[in-house]
Write a protein that binds this ligand. Structure first.
Ligand SMILES: *[C@@H]1O[C@H](CO)[C@@H](O)[C@H](O)[C@H]1NC(C)=O
Ligand SMILES: *[C@@H]1O[C@H](CO)[C@@H](O)[C@H](O)[C@H]1NC(C)=O
Length: 334
């Protein structure tokens, strides 16, 4: 639309203004400019300037290549940095001299100490009742959660075309067994069999299955305590859509797993999932032993409130979603 209010097609405009006949009139235009003043350009009149930063999401192969290029063990990185500084002999650099800048050949050194790991308390009913993490690691072998929660009524909805029903059912049963082994009171069988729902039907499919399950539970009006969702590895907006429907519309706690986890189905994946499920349904995986014996300096002596906060940012390229911040406070009365 020009200043006079005349409406013209892009093809017409280019013909009249530049005497340029657009060849590929079936191709879409690029939109440049902004919402107030949109500007449509045929691709054939555009050039991509070289060397621009690509701000969209990278694919798996590109991510791997980037990590291989940039991930270094701390020792190797230190050696490379020291080598680079000495090789370039910055201390002899005429410009640095001119400005009176001296550059040390050694890395800055900072006083630090490693805090001892806290002892973690697990359930008295497990073979190992507590545990001392080593180099920041420990596992759930022979341990049970300090408070395993109860999940009697649960459902599984599969959104991955390539995961067969028997596969999904088997995965859920193994997961239920792992939850039991880790100390939860977890029903082995779902309220209704696993069902496949097309990803583009997530809202309708979830709601229908939820209501069928509520009907199946009967008039005692028990709750559905958990939904297990199996998602394609590359799920686009499905994860967000599922969370929205479950949390806002149905009031249903959910645990998502990816197809690759279902195919691998190893103990560690299942154990990790069981820990996530337990905290979501109100259990506690572990507590600090010092908290039970009231030996945490300050916190156990005086009324104290502990705050936690975090923020997630949208992935590069996902520019429409906002950053989301959350905070919580945990009062600890002495
Ligand atoms: C798929 O869903 C998972 C959650 O299970 C999420 O972490 C991941 O970013 C999603 N991946 C894609 C490519 O959408
Ligand atoms: C399980 O979780 C731990 C801690 O987040 C992680 O280091 C480990 O890689 C996970 N294992 C698997 C198989 O996903």
């Amino acid at each position: 639309v020009d200043q006079g209010g005349t409406v013209k097609s892009v093809v017409q405009y280019f013909q009249e203004t530049y005497g340029f006949a657009i060849q590929h009139i079936n191709l879409p235009c690029l939109t440049v400019g902004n919402q107030q003043r949109p500007n449509y350009l045929p691709m054939e009149v555009c050039k991509i300037v070289e060397g621009q930063r690509y701000s969209k999401r990278l694919n798996q192969g590109q991510i791997r290549a980037l990590l291989e290029e940039t991930c270094q063990r701390p020792h190797d990185r230190e050696r490379d940095i020291v080598q680079m500084v000495n090789h370039n002999s910055y201390h002899d650099d005429p410009y640095a001299k001119e400005f009176g800048i001296k550059i040390s050949e050694r890395l800055a050194s900072v006083e630090a100490r490693i805090l001892p790991a806290p002892r973690l308390k697990y359930s008295e009913t497990g073979r190992e009742k507590d545990c001392l993490p080593r180099v920041g690691q420990w596992n759930m072998m022979n341990k049970k959660m300090v408070n395993g929660a109860r999940v009697r009524s649960w459902l599984c909805v599969n959104f991955a075309r390539n995961v067969q029903e028997s596969m999904a059912t088997g995965f859920c049963r193994e997961l239920a067994r792992m939850c039991q082994a880790s100390g939860m009171d977890f029903a082995l069988e779902p309220v209704l069999p696993v069902i496949y729902v097309r990803p583009d039907q997530v809202e309708r499919g979830l709601k229908a299955r939820f209501h069928d399950a509520m009907t199946a539970l009967g008039p005692q009006r028990k709750e559905i305590e958990l939904l297990i969702g199996i998602l394609p590895d590359n799920n686009g907006s499905l994860y967000g859509d599922l969370k929205r429907v479950c949390e806002i519309d149905l009031g249903l706690i959910s645990q998502c797993c990816l197809t690759k986890q279902v195919f691998k189905m190893n103990k560690q994946i299942l154990a990790n999932l069981s820990l996530k499920i337990n905290v979501k349904v109100g259990g506690r995986n572990t507590v600090l032993a010092d908290a039970l014996t009231r030996r945490i300096p300050l916190v156990t002596d005086k009324p104290t409130i502990i705050f936690g906060a975090d923020v997630t940012h949208p992935h590069p390229g996902e520019d429409s979603s906002p950053s989301i911040a959350a905070g919580c406070g945990l009062p600890r009365l002495a």
